[in-house]
Design a protein around this ligand. Structure first.
Ligand SMILES: *Cc1c(COP(=O)(O)O)cnc(C)c1O
Length: 226
């Protein structure tokens, strides 16, 4: 099936209110344009340089999401245009995003990445750390960022029971804090596991290979360190 057929199929299968981030890492501008021409506007990349290069070459009504681990010294390259940063995992990083957003007179939306996988390679903070961050005085001073939700990456496994355990953990935490912390989005689920993630309350899925086809392993970066 073509990219435009794939994206229509995924979109049509989603319940109302679920946001689809089409993950374009390693894919060419031509391939991404096929999804754009099918009407899609929300794309995700996991490396800042790659996202900046594509933003530069592509129509400016695209919403770019940074879904990968973010190094503080690279925030400045995307601060002018990034629409959502999914994998925020420290107050230090929030401070830097705030500082760079202020330079562009913007408020940048962020998600906190919560560690739910067993694998050591997955980034994120635990629930206690997230709670401490939410109530910290410092957070209140950061006027150029807004935390609008949580993000999680499950273990890379076919074991449905394990995936369910990880998803329900994040769903429970999200439901416990969403009202007091004014959270709107739970970003959870990728090509292989998004139908299950939706059952556990995800309302933002990040889907790459199911739309654009398999990536070549080298630049994948899935769950790996950068
Ligand atoms: C690559 C990636 C995805 C998409 O993975 P697929 O299995 O191709 O759908 C989702 N989230 C993150 C953080 C990724 O790096």
């Amino acid at each position: 099936m073509s990219i435009s057929e794939n994206i229509k199929r995924v979109k049509d299968s989603l319940p109302e209110g679920v946001a689809l981030v089409a993950v374009t890492k390693t894919k060419s501008v031509d391939e991404i344009l096929q999804a754009y021409d099918a009407g899609h506007r929300v794309f995700g990349e996991n490396k800042i340089q790659e996202m900046v290069a594509k933003w530069d070459q592509m129509p400016k009504d695209i919403e770019w999401h940074m879904i990968g681990h973010v190094q503080r010294n690279k925030v400045k390259y995307m601060a002018a245009f990034v629409s959502l940063i999914h994998a925020v995992d420290s107050l230090k990083l929030l401070n830097e995003i705030n500082k760079q957003a202020a330079k562009h007179d913007r408020v940048i939306d962020c998600l906190l990445q919560i560690k739910i996988a067993e694998e050591d390679s997955k980034f994120g903070i635990n629930e206690e750390e997230a709670k401490a961050l939410f109530i910290s005085e410092e957070l209140k001073t950061l006027e150029n960022i807004t935390i609008i939700g949580l993000m999680g990456m499950a273990t890379f496994t076919d074991d449905q029971a394990q995936l369910s355990t990880e998803f329900v953990k994040l769903q429970t935490f999200f439901n416990a804090v969403k009202d007091t912390c004014k959270l709107q989005y739970l970003s959870m689920g990728m090509s292989a596991d998004y139908p299950l993630a939706l059952e556990y309350g995800s309302n933002m899925i990040r889907v790459g290979s199911a739309i654009f086809g398999a990536r070549n392993y080298q630049n994948d970066g899935k769950g790996g360190v950068e």
